[in-house]
Design a protein. Sequence first.
Length: 282
Amino acid sequence: EQLQRILEQQLSFVVRETAPAKKVYGPDEVRHAIHNGELVNYYQPKVSSRTGEVVGVETLVRWQHPVDGLVFPDQFITTAEQSRLIDDLTRVVLINALKQCRGWRDDGLDLSVAVNISMNNLNSLDFPDFIVDVARTAAVELPKLVLEITESQLMNNPVTALDILTRLRLKHITLSIDDFGTGHSSLRQLRDIAFNELKVDAGFVHGASQSPSQRAILRASVDMARGLGMQSVAEGVENADDWNFLLDLDLCDIMQGYFIARPMPASAMKDWMQEWEMRRHD
Ligand code: C2E
Ligand code: CA
Ligand code: CA
Ligand code: CA
């Protein structure tokens, strides 16, 4: 009976956490959004753990829906990935991000810009050349462009995808492995493709001070990154507790999360930067 009660409690918790189901948009709606300029790039800062300096931003796509308001990627990225619309989506996001990166540089802000790419983007052999063209047009040096690919997608590695990653790397584009710890890439892949950056998934970062097992995985990931000559990023630094804990242990090179800043439109960056300068010198 007691077991029954516990199970029911847990079940109601699960139901509460997952409901209400969010709308997932279909391919026609997503196509319309991409081609009518309804996608907007938001940006979340990445800061150096050592100095607190802003080293770059990650762009996170939003859909400014005319009726439904601001729509988040979990409601349309999968649709795009399943329908090849992801090629156009990624291109739009990349072009916007690189233009913005150039704009910031003209304003005296030297930031790298990270773009999330999907494994499906790595089917097109012309993807590296496309990127080089866009970067050249925007006059952004290729190492300033960071491409983030999730570890779970890396696991399903068609040979062409690995080939394209290698070509991107040879063009000196920065490659980052995202959500590390949630997939299981082989260590050989990490070595062979020569990723530059490893982002430890938020699930091992937020709350690490309270959890020895999270901490162990976090520490092992960071050690491995260092051993392979990669920068390590802690994502999901959500509160002061997470921040202080990571700083005390001197773990990751770079931090990202709500505690530092939420993703914001490009227009909000300047004000945020000023605010951050004050915060970090406090
Ligand atoms: P991601 O690349 O792992 O991005 C991190 C997500 O965590 C973002 O959600 C971000 O807003 C959120 N986040 C940042 N800091 C914190 C924190 O401290 N606490 C918590 N709880 N969350 C935090 P978002 O923007 O909803 O994006 C979700 C996912 O959608 C991204 O996960 C990425 O996989 C995908 N995505 C976003 N933009 C693009 C894109 O342009 N192209 C592709 N292919 N995927 C994208
Ligand atoms: Ca990412
Ligand atoms: Ca991530
Ligand atoms: Ca993620």
